[in-house]
Design a protein around this ligand. Structure first.
Ligand SMILES: Cc1cc2nc3c(=O)[nH]c(=O)nc-3n(C[C@H](O)[C@H](O)[C@H](O)COP(=O)(O)OP(=O)(O)OC[C@H]3O[C@@H](n4cnc5c(N)ncnc54)[C@H](O)[C@@H]3O)c2cc1C
Length: 485
């Protein structure tokens, strides 16, 4: 069976839901939004931020990543498999990137992506979703007070991104997530009739004819799109789908027996991610009873005074979770909290490669953290300061003792060994099909007609803050690019 539409959007996550809604507002032809996972509507595990722990394994693609060059793929790399994508899977920290990030994108070749040009897209998001902060748990207050004790100022990060300490703005209304599916698509039964959301349906391969993308193959048959195919599978699976379809580095595709349609060597390359490592403290009392989310408080540091914006961003966790699949690296015997700095504009580059020729073959995720040694130096400096945070009066009220890395770690080499053994992701992959390398500034895939990318893959570089707000801004702009094409 073949379905015919004007626009086919593949991936119903943060980006895909935005694009679908905006195209439906401005056009009348049939639009199909294809999502491999299940619907989120009516499922509290997906829509209620406080019930995240109820999400079972089938809400996730179950990927594993190699953190360091040559390391085994033991880092659990969460990627949502449901309508709404990772924004129904995440902690809802929602911060507009500072102007310098977008101005930097323009400098890297993304003409039309400077801060002034992006401002209207942020306004569209503000007009559509609600942003709140959580009621501050007393343990989060200790962390904020510790920052004040160290001389930082309390900052409202919903208003400005600068060095300081405060609460994360959340894309949440009370306990309800404000993911793009919830805010741009729900209620699904009241969507305009020309916008169809197909859940539980994975694109297995793009249909490419005469240098043009004309649709996709799925288990429910072919879908053909007369006007455009839009990729929004996220920074891991957008390049994977392109590669299994014959678009990518020729040698790699040939090694997997995939006929090469276009040799596009940058697809899957230049993977960027926010790399983090925590300090963990045992607390005097169990920490429980947070109202919305266990990551309420944050801190931004500008260690390099010449940097355009903070180069370190913290997640303060009211609980400690292991992110490795092999063994406990952050074992705790009692109640604990953690402060985890990450390198905001990390320069290390990894890659996404295929493990086999089908979408069902899990992609190889090589993060290649610290291939740029500057990232390791910054993280080391941030962790030394994090230890000092634990020595403040405010944190001593909360914490009994530092358990990771613990007092045995003192020298730079000891800190580096620790970082290399516990470094982890905060799940912000991007740049695997970047503007200027794979797509033009109006998000067309170079060398293939009718194919656009609308998700985090197109970021020219990593940004200063958690990336979901920037993904939604990118998708808002993508809708304009597609409409004006
Ligand atoms: C655990 C976790 C915590 C995070 N915390 C935060 C946070 O607090 N703040 C923040 O800003 N960011 C956070 N992020 C990151 C943020 O949520 C993502 O960067 C953002 O949602 C990515 O949007 P996207 O549209 O690029 O991809 P996604 O939202 O991942 O959407 C991709 C969608 O495509 C679907 N798909 C994939 N392949 C196919 C296919 N072949 N056919 C059909 N459908 C397909 C997937 O199922 C998915 O629904 C977090 C991410 C995770 C995983």
């Amino acid at each position: 069976m073949t379905a015919i539409c004007d626009y086919l959007i593949i991936g119903g996550g943060s980006a895909g839901a935005v694009v679908a809604r905006r195209l439906a507002e401005k056009t009348q032809g049939r639009i199909i939004l294809l999502e491999a996972g299940k619907p989120d509507e009516g499922d509290p595990a997906a829509t209620d931020l406080t019930r995240l722990d109820e999400q079972t394994a089938d809400y996730d693609w179950g990927f594993r990543a190699s953190p360091l060059a040559g390391a085994p793929p033991l880092l659990k790399y969460a990627r949502a498999r449901l309508l709404g994508g990772c924004a129904n899977h995440n902690d809802c920290a929602f911060i507009r990137p500072p102007d310098s990030d977008f101005d930097d994108w323009e400098r890297l070749g993304a003409t039309g992506w400077n801060a002034a040009a992006m401002a209207p897209y942020w306004q569209r998001i503000l007009d559509t979703i609600t942003i709140e902060t959580a009621p501050c748990h007393e343990a989060s207050r200790c962390f904020i007070d510790a920052g004040l004790e160290m001389g930082l100022q309390e900052v409202d990060f919903a208003k400005e991104v600068r060095e300081g300490v405060g609460l994360f703005p959340l894309n949440a209304r009370g306990r309800t997530r404000q993911s793009s599916s919830i805010t741009y698509l729900h209620p699904l039964d009241q969507l305009p009739k020309h916008l169809e959301v197909w859940t539980g349906c994975m694109a297995a391969r793009l249909i490419l004819e005469n240098g043009c993308a004309v649709g996709a193959e799925t288990a429910r048959g072919s879908i053909r799109a007369a006007k455009a195919v839009v990729l929004a599978c996220g920074a891991i699976q957008t390049p994977q789908l392109m590669m299994v379809s014959g678009l990518g580095p020729a040698e790699h595709l040939t090694a997997h027996g995939i006929p090469v349609i276009a040799d596009l060597p940058h697809i899957g390359q230049h993977l960027r991610d926010h790399v983090a490592a925590p300090v963990v403290w045992e607390t005097h009392e169990p920490v429980s009873g947070w109202e919305i989310c266990p990551f309420e408080a944050t801190m931004m540091l500008q260690l390099d005074p010449q940097a355009p914006a903070p180069d370190i961003l913290f997640h303060f966790g009211l609980r400690v979770r292991e992110k490795y699949a092999d063994r406990a690296r952050l074992a705790t015997s009692g109640p604990a909290v953690k402060a985890s700095p990450n390198v905001t504009r990390a320069k290390s580059e990894g890659q996404i490669r295929l493990s086999g020729p089908a979408m069902a073959d899990k992609p190889v995720i090589d993060l290649n953290y610290f291939s740029d040694p500057g990232d390791l130096d910054l993280l080391l400096r941030a962790l030394r300061l994090t230890r000092k945070l634990g020595e403040t009066t405010a944190m001593r009220k909360l914490c009994r003792t530092e358990i990771h890395p613990g007092p045995a770690v003192q020298t730079d080499d000891e800190w580096k060994d620790y970082i290399l053994s516990v470094c982890e992701t905060v799940y912000h992959p991007c740049s695997t099909a970047a503007i200027g390398k794979v797509v033009t500034p109006d998000l067309r895939v170079m060398g293939v007609d009718g194919l656009f990318i609308a998700d985090a893959s197109v970021f020219p570089s990593l940004i200063t803050v958690n990336i979901n707000a920037a993904v939604m801004m990118t998708a808002e702009k993508a809708a304009d690019c597609i409409l004006h094409s």
